[in-house]
Design a protein around this ligand. Sequence first.
Ligand code: DQA
Length: 150
Amino acid sequence: MMRILLIHGPNLNLLGRREMAVYGEKTLEEINAAVQDWAEQEGVKVKIVQSNHEGALVDAIGEAADWADGILINPAAYTHTSVAIRDAVAAVGVPAVEVHLSNIHAREEFRHVSLIAPVALGQISGFGTDSYLLGLQALQGHLKQQGTDK
Ligand code: DQA
């Protein structure tokens, strides 16, 4: 069975009451439920981690080397600042797809740069909850093609 680690970065625990005009009205629990519905349908195992702490995210990525076939990551604000998360993704060599609810390229200039994108397979940005589902599809397609099911 294909196994995917889904990482949500800082402040995503506040979805549903955080800048709703930008991030939508769905809570993180609702997004996770949509992800798990997809996973059940596809026969994929998705483990979900949310943390507001950079080190905890680095630890989760490091551990993924032992068990995950792929990583879906919304690094949130750490997208734009974290060399540590980028290095962790590069270090484990587990294929990763970066996702964002909002279109980071249409927002403030400091959000236009992603330190993670260069070490990811690709980036999906701007489709709300669908960014996660599109990211999962892309990751699944890649893993099937590569035959990198662990
Ligand atoms: C975000 C975009 C980031 O710039 C921001 O810091 C977030 C959420 C998104 O999903 O749109 O916290 O990653």
